[in-house]
Design a binder for this molecule. Sequence first.
Ligand code: PEP
Ligand code: MG
Length: 571
Amino acid sequence: MAEIVRGKGVISGIAVGKIMLAGQNLDGYLVNYKAEAVETEKKKAADALVAVAETLRESIERLKSQDMVEQAAIMEAHRMMVQDPMMAENITAKVDETKSAPHAVLQAAEDQAKMFEQMADEYFAARAVDLRDVGKRVAKFILGVKEPEIGDEKVILCGREIEPSVIAGMPSENIAGVILGSGSTTAHAVIIAKARAIPTVVGLNKEDRIDRISDGDHVILDGERGEILINPTPAECAQYDEKIKKQQELAKHYAELKDLPAVTTDGVKIELMANIGSHMDVDNALTYGAEGVGLFRSEFVFMGRQDIPNEEDQFKAYKEAVEKCGGNLCVIRTMDIGGDKPLPYLNIPPEENPFLGYRAVRISLERRDLFLPQLKAILRAGVYGKAAIMVPMIINVAEFKKVKEFIEEAKLELAHEGKTYADDVQVGIMVETPAAAIMTPILAKYVDFFSIGTNDLVQYTLACDRGNASISHLYNHFNPAVLRLIERTITSAKEAGIWAGMCGEMASDPLAAVLLLGMGISELSMSAPSIPRVKEKIRSVSSIRAKEILADVMKMEDADEIKTYLQKVLD
Ligand code: PEP
Ligand code: MG
């Protein structure tokens, strides 16, 4: 019998494959690292430097043979850093201090990076990023965390923490499943996996269950039940083959809904759109029947790379997404950096409360060097279809007015440079803070649309960290306080004659969709694989019934009562 490890299933589906340990955020690994004698730690560090230099040499040769000269040069610079005798010396000294090889490597790299950062010469200052990267690479080697590499075989990525960019950076066809130690349904790594329908289980840091899974293990992952079978027997494999068959039949049923509209039995139509993290996700979204993109998380264009993408790089990505949407809307959210989406090369100092800190529009408004090129890229992409600009984390009217000034400035610059752009791009905001939701009657005078971001709105309204598994029972979009803010937002939009949609994960819950329908929402945007389920539910009710259900729900006092009631009347 296989050993079974249990977590929380967050994306259903069965995945079969080999485990690849992955993860860019090393905190969890460092906490659990068991150091040995100081001399052994020194040897581990020295051996890791040699081994990493060798893997870098192999990568350089491969890149050169593929004519990827620039990337090869970067790797060459990294190899020189790894082989620098000063680096080795600093690490040895740090092992004496920290008694731990990976900690020593990271600290030595950080010290050197800081020295570089202080240099006036821009070129040398920029090398700080490379040094940190190299330090991480060597530390990962010691900790046994592999860099995911694209091979022929499908893998199941497994890590205490996996940065969203790791999943975003790998083609979907290479990832069969994801196992995440931390996380919840709204962790960004999970959101990306969801957009790609990758079966996922989270929450295995609890009792260190994740340590029972080793690199190279053959596993069956059940994303529905949250179970991972390690090295299953042939009989167990056969049992799961049956489930895989059922999964394929359901997919076939959903495929039949693809071209049908999301319309209630009495003719009320809702737009069902897709949330994407890359222009490469659009094709996949369309196969699920998405009628455009309701949220393009543009920060992923900035992640998983060494430097800021310039206007041209961004333009190419946005243009492709807009074009692929045909005549349908493609809502591009301006970068939402911060929270659980750090951007190492911006060197933002660590914060005690990153979700309440320097993030999203707060960064954009201060960093015109980032914001203007992004706005220009979106405005230019608008020529190739129907683009919209959406601003995250708005808390007041003043921020939005400043954004509009930036947009005017971007247009002036484009006109001056003789570049064509779309003048009629809609500009809206995410309603994801209680402040914005409360102020929607006023904000509605300035914006073209609202899109409700429940992932953050729930966490800020309920003072409940969206990624903290130990309080996940409190994090609930059916909480009456949250429902009231949502209803207020939709009503404000209707009164002002603008549209309101939702792009938080709540939109992918078929039961919630009925309530939102009752409130008069006009668009729901979600990870594309969820579209058929939501569509099926909308097509099964009338708008009148949805309003009756909503009226009942708004009389109820708590989230569990509401959910139980909805299950009773709708499931
Ligand atoms: C949200 O907060 O609901 C949202 C859609 O944005 P993100 O999940 O990227 O924070
Ligand atoms: Mg958000």
